[in-house]
Design a protein around this ligand. Structure first.
Ligand SMILES: Cc1cc2nc3c(=O)[nH]c(=O)nc-3n(C[C@H](O)[C@H](O)[C@H](O)COP(=O)(O)O)c2cc1C
Length: 289
C-alpha cells in the first residue's frame, strides 16, 4: 500500500537539471521548469525508485530509498548476450532429481531473483512459501491427486459427461492419466512432484488483480537463477490446476498461506546435466516494421 508520508527531495546544489528523473518517472511527478525540476504530489508516487536510480549525481532523495538501498551498477560484470542466450537455451524442466537436499543459501538466491521481478503498478505483493519438509511435500502431491479424483468423478459422471465433453474436450485426455498418477503414487512413485526436494509457491493477496501475471514473471526470474546455480526445476502445473479446481483453498490452508497461490516451482539438485539443448518450434513473429 502507498505510504503517504513519503518525501521526495532534489538537492539543488548537486542537481544538474539533466531531466532524467522527469523522463523516467512513470507517475509524471517531476516537471522541468525554468527554475529547475519541480516535484509534484508524492501521493502519486508508486515507489519504483526510478528517480533515484537514474540520477547521475545522487541529487534525488526519496525517503523510501535511503543511501543503504541504492547501489551502484557495475555494467562490466554483466553476462554477455551470448552467455545469457546459453543460459536461456539450456534451461530445461529437468525432472531427474537427486535425493540430496539443495543448500538453503542457494534456494534463497532463487527467491531473491524471483522477488526482483517487476510487478503491476509496482505493487510488490508477491510472496513466497518454501517447502522442503518431506511430509509436507508428500501432502502436496496427495492433495493434488485427491482433487483430481474428485474432478475425474465429475468428468465421468454419465449426466455431466455429454455436456462437459462439449465445453472442455481437452480435459478428457487427462482422465486416464489421473488414474495412472494415483496408482503410481500408491506404489511410491510421485508423478506430481517427481521427487523434488523443495517447492516454492508464489502467491499474492486475493484482491491483487495482477497476481497471476506478477507471480509468473517472478517464476521466470527464479527459474533462470536456478538454472545458473545448477539447480533443476519445473513448473508445478498439476498442483496449480488442482488449486484452481478447489473452491475451498485446501492447499493454502495446509501451507498456512493467506492469499491465492498462482505458481509453484518444484526444485531439486539434478542427477545429471543435459549435454545438449534442442531447438523449439520455429519462432512465429509478425513484423509490422
Ligand atoms: C504453465 C506450465 C505448467 C507446467 N506444468 C508441469 C507439470 O505439472 N509437471 C511437469 O513435469 N512439468 C510441467 N511444466 C513443464 C513443461 O512440461 C515444460 O516446460 C515443457 O515440456 C518444455 O520443456 P522445457 O521447460 O524443458 O523447455 C509446465 C510448464 C508450464 C509453463
Amino acid at each position: 500500500m502507498k505510504d503517504l508520508k513519503d518525501t521526495l527531495y532534489i538537492n539543488s546544489n548537486s542537481c544538474i537539471k539533466c531531466n532524467r528523473c522527469v523522463e523516467v518517472c512513470p507517475a509524471h511527478i517531476m516537471k522541468q521548469t525554468p527554475n529547475g525540476i519541480s516535484i509534484g504530489s508524492a501521493n502519486d508516487c508508486i515507489k519504483c525508485g526510478h528517480c533515484v536510480a537514474a540520477c547521475p549525481t545522487g541529487a534525488f532523495e526519496h525517503s523510501s530509498f535511503p543511501a543503504g538501498k541504492v547501489h551502484k551498477i557495475d555494467y562490466s560484470t554483466y553476462p554477455s548476450a551470448e552467455q545469457l542466450e546459453t543460459l536461456i537455451n539450456s534451461r530445461r524442466s529437468n525432472r531427474a532429481f537427486s535425493k540430496e537436499d539443495i543448500p538453503l543459501d542457494l534456494l534463497k538466491k532463487i527467491l531473491e531473483a524471483a522477488h526482483r521481478a517487476p510487478t503491476a503498478s509496482n505493487m510488490q505483493q508477491v510472496e513466497f512459501t518454501l517447502v522442503t519438509n518431506k511430509e509436507t511435500l508428500h501432502q502436496i502431491s496427495a492433495y493434488t491427486l485427491n482433487i483430481f479424483s474428485k474432478l475425474e468423478k465429475k468428468l465421468t459422471n454419465p449426466f455431466l459427461k455429454p455436456i462437459l465433453k462439449r465445453i472442455i474436450p481437452g480435459v478428457y485426455r487427462y482422465v486416464p492419466k489421473f488414474k495412472t498418477m494415483r496408482e503410481e503414487f500408491e506404489k511410491g512413485n510421485d508423478l506430481i512432484l517427481r521427487g523434488a526436494t523443495a517447492v516454492i509457491f508464489i502467491h499474492t493477496p486475493k484482491e491483487n488483480r495482477f497476481g497471476r501475471d506478477d507471480a509468473n514473471i517472478a517464476y521466470q526470474n527464479g527459474s533462470l537463477m536456478a538454472q545458473a546455480l545448477g539447480i533443476s526445476q519445473f513448473y508445478t502445473g498439476f498442483v496449480c490446476t488442482a488449486i484452481r479446481q478447489d473452491k475451498k483453498d485446501g492447499l493454502a490452508k495446509i501451507l498456512g498461506i493467506n492469499g491465492t497461490i498462482h505458481a509453484g516451482m518444484a526444485l531439486g539438485l539434478p542427477k545429471f546435466k543435459f549435454p545438449n539443448y534442442i531447438d523449439k518450434k520455429e519462432l512465429v513473429v509478425k513484423m509490422l516494421l
